[in-house]
Design a protein around this ligand. Structure first.
Ligand SMILES: NC(=O)c1ccc[n+]([C@@H]2O[C@H](COP(=O)([O-])OP(=O)(O)OC[C@H]3O[C@@H](n4cnc5c(N)ncnc54)[C@H](O)[C@@H]3O)[C@@H](O)[C@H]2O)c1
Length: 329
């Protein structure tokens, strides 16, 4: 059994990864300020240090619970729209968080680090599926902040010998298949929970941003990767860090349009999804799909929940069992 520090472990992807670590018999300390996450999302068995990851004292308190085999760094501001209203805050806080934790890792001799990075690094990609070596050209301050975080990792390796994995997630979706955790963001900006909420009547009708894209049905195409598959990818890349640092695009490898997501939600819930079509949203590329073959080949990862309906079903099961989410709304 090894011990891991998970920042942002009370959040959506973090809590599912904490579950995956605990299921494997590992020990977990979570550093989270609960600004977006939920105490109730923390599985029993994970210790919580409540504090900010850009606060050196809080980070020191977390490292006092070590030694850690690795840090998994999920904590970040991550709303694209908000980042275009407060760009400096995004650049400052996301870089400050990762560098504060990296400094502490160096000081405590922790030499493995996994960063939650993002498809937003690629902005408007010129080819889809997007490989790791596609040009890095973020179209939002959020994407830029994560690119700078990736660059910080390179310096941490050069100077401190910290090996890292940057995992560029596409769209995390779904919920723990055993129902132990799910998605509860406020505000919720992700399509699947919004569509399920619209179907259940717990959220307003859905607005689809643009039906005139250059895609087969005119709506945007995204790559939805099941959150438990994302969590598993973290466990799969950790052994690679014994040898080298890695950067992987992390998606299902299959794109689904907004209309296909609505159809899947209607099939799974057996209810209509009330929706209307609005204008395009600034900054939305027509299609974002990961080329995930490198992660598959080099880390032996493959998604267990590749079909959209399976992903939607796990999300629906969680929302049906937790109509108020973790209790916030
Ligand atoms: N969800 C996605 O589809 C997606 C896609 C690409 C990248 N990502 C990245 O993955 C990570 C996790 O995403 P998520 O959807 O689980 O987000 P989330 O908001 O659900 O979780 C983030 C967690 O970090 C905590 N946190 C935020 N700022 C903090 C700080 N300064 N100090 C301590 N704790 C802090 C929050 O309270 C929350 O529990 C983020 O870094 C995000 O940018 C997510």
């Amino acid at each position: 059994m090894a011990r891991y520090l998970v920042t942002g472990g009370a959040g959506y992807v973090g809590s599912h990864t904490v579950l995956a670590l605990l299921d494997r018999g590992e020990s977990v300390v979570v550093l989270d300020d609960l600004s977006k996450g939920h105490r109730a999302a923390l599985p029993a068995g994970a210790a919580l240090v409540e504090g900010r990851c850009d606060d050196a004292e809080a980070v020191a308190a977390a490292f006092a619970r070590g030694p850690f085999e690795a840090v998994l760094h999920f904590a970040a501001l991550s709303l694209v729209g908000e980042s275009m209203q407060q760009p400096m805050r995004y650049l400052r806080e996301n870089l400050s968080g990762v560098t504060t934790v990296l400094d502490a890792a160096a000081k405590h001799g922790c030499r493995k680090f996994v960063l939650s990075s993002t498809a937003a690094l690629f902005g408007f990609p010129d080819r889809v599926p997007i490989p790791e070596d596609a040009p890095l050209a973020p179209a939002s301050a959020y994407g830029e902040s994560k690119l700078i975080c990736e660059r910080a990792l390179a310096w941490a390796e050069q100077v401190h010998g910290i090996r890292s994995a940057a995992l560029r997630y596409f769209n995390a979706a779904g919920a723990d298949p055993a129902g132990r955790a799910g998605e509860d963001h406020d505000p919720e900006t992700h399509l699947i929970p919004l569509a399920i909420g619209a179907a259940l009547g717990s959220r307003p009708p859905l607005t689809v941003f643009g039906a005139d894209y250059d895609t087969p049905d005119g709506t945007c195409i995204r790559d939805y990767v099941h959150v438990s598959d994302l969590a598993e990818a973290h466990l799969r890349v950790l052994p690679l860090l014994d040898q080298r640092s890695v950067r992987f695009n992390l998606g299902n490898g299959t794109g689904y349009s907004v209309k296909q997501v609505i159809a899947a939600v209607e099939a799974v819930t057996d209810r209509p999804v009330p929706h209307s079509f609005g204008p395009r949203r600034a900054g939305d590329p027509a299609a974002l799909v990961a080329a995930s073959d490198r992660l598959r080949a080099e880390a032996g990862w493959s998604p267990r929940f590749a079909a959209l309906e399976e992903i939607v079903r796990t999300a629906f099961n969680w929302h049906r069992a937790h109509p108020g989410g973790y209790g916030g709304r």
